[in-house]
Write a protein that binds this ligand. Structure first.
Ligand SMILES: NC(=O)c1ccc[n+]([C@@H]2O[C@H](COP(=O)([O-])OP(=O)(O)OC[C@H]3O[C@@H](n4cnc5c(N)ncnc54)[C@H](OP(=O)(O)O)[C@@H]3O)[C@@H](O)[C@H]2O)c1
Length: 255
C-alpha cells in the first residue's frame, strides 16, 4: 500500500486531495494546525473509505520545529511515505504594503515557503532511508499568482513565485534519487470562503471571466494532484502545471 502526506487537509482543496488518494487505496496522513481536527477528520475518512488515515498536528508557521514533531509521529506509526502534497497556505489577503504589520507579511512567506520546504526535505530524507525514493513524488500546491498578481497580496504572490522556483531547484536536487517535484498552479478554486463572501450575482460574474466558465473544485484539485503524484505524470519534474479553466490564456483587455 502506498502512503501520502497532505498538509492542511481537513477542508477545501486539501480534503478533496485526501479523498482522491483514499479512493485510490493510499494510506493517507492529513494535517491541520489543530491536531484534534486532523484526528477527527482522519477518523471519518478512514470509516468512509476503509483505508488507514492518520491525522496529525502541523503548523507551517512553525515548520522548523513542527516538521520534526510531525515526522516523529509518522515514524512511530510505521508510515513510509511515497508522496507529499504541500497544500496548507496563508492566503495573505488585504495586506496593504504601506501599512501591513511586517511580521504578518513575513508570516505569509514563512508559512508558504518554509512550510513547504521542511516537510518536503524530511520526506525525501525518509524516502532515501527506506529505499522508497525512486519513483516518489513531491507536489507543491502553488497558484496562478506565481506569475499573475492580485492587489494587496504581495506576500502571497511572492510566496507562490518562490514555490514555483523552489519546485525547479528541488527537482534538480532530488532527481539523482529518482524523486520528482512538480507544482500544481490553480486559478480560482471553489471553497467554503466563496460561499461565505460572495452572493450569487458575484459568483456568476466571476465564472464568466473564466473561459471554461467554471472554478476548480476540491474534486478537480484531487484529480490533478493525484496525476502529479503518480507515474501517470512520469517523467515530468520541475514543472509548474497551470489548471485554471483558461484564465491565464486570456490576453489582457480582450475578454
Ligand atoms: N482558493 C483558491 O481560489 C486558490 C487559488 C489558487 C491556489 N490556491 C491554493 O490552494 C491551496 C489550498 O487552498 P484552499 O483555498 O483550498 O484552502 P484553505 O482552506 O484556504 O487553505 C488550506 C489550509 O491551510 C491552512 N491555513 C489557512 N490559513 C493558514 C495560515 N494563516 N497559516 C497556516 N495555515 C493556514 C488551513 O488548515 P488548518 O486551519 O486546518 O491548519 C486550511 O484549511 C493553498 O496552497 C492555496 O494557496 C487556492
Amino acid at each position: 500500500m502506498k502512503s501520502v502526506l497532505i498538509t492542511g487537509a481537513v477542508r477545501n482543496s486539501g480534503l478533496g486531495i485526501a479523498k482522491k488518494f483514499l479512493k485510490e487505496g493510499w494510506q493517507t496522513v492529513i494535517t491541520s494546525r489543530n491536531e484534534s481536527d486532523a484526528k477527527a477528520v482522519a477518523a471519518e475518512l478512514e470509516k468512509e473509505f476503509g483505508v488507514p488515515c492518520f491525522g496529525f498536528g502541523y503548523s507551517p508557521l512553525e515548520a522548523i520545529t513542527d516538521t520534526e514533531k510531525l515526522f516523529d509521529k509518522i515514524e512511530d506509526a510505521g508510515i513510509e511515505l511515497d508522496s507529499v502534497i504541500c497544500n496548507a497556505a496563508n492566503l495573505g489577503r488585504w495586506m496593504n504594503p504601506l501599512t501591513v504589520d511586517p511580521t504578518e507579511w513575513q508570516n505569509v512567506l514563512t508559512t508558504n515557503v518554509v512550510g513547504y520546504f521542511m516537510p518536503a526535505r524530511a520526506a525525501v530524507n525518509q524516502m532515501i532511508r527506506t529505499g522508497k525514493a525512486k519513483g516518489a513524488t513531491i507536489v507543491f500546491v502553488g497558484s496562478i499568482n506565481y506569475k499573475d498578481a492580485l492587489p494587496e497580496r504581495s506576500g502571497y504572490v511572492a510566496s507562490k513565485g518562490a514555490i514555483a522556483s523552489m519546485t525547479k531547484a528541488l527537482a534538480l536536487d532530488f532527481a539523482p534519487y529518482g524523486v520528482r517535484v512538480n507544482c500544481l498552479a490553480p486559478g480560482a478554486i471553489w471553497t467554503t470562503r466563496y460561499d461565505d463572501e460572495y452572493d450569487a450575482a458575484e459568483i456568476e460574474s466571476r465564472k464568466k471571466k473564466i473561459p471554461l466558465g467554471e472554478f476548480s473544485t476540491k474534486e478537480t484539485m484531487g484529480n490533478n494532484a493525484y496525476f502529479l503524484a503518480t507515474d501517470a505524470s512520469h517523467p515530468m519534474t520541475g514543472s509548474v502545471m497551470i489548471v485554471d479553466g483558461g484564465s491565464d490564456a486570456i490576453m489582457s483587455g480582450c475578454f
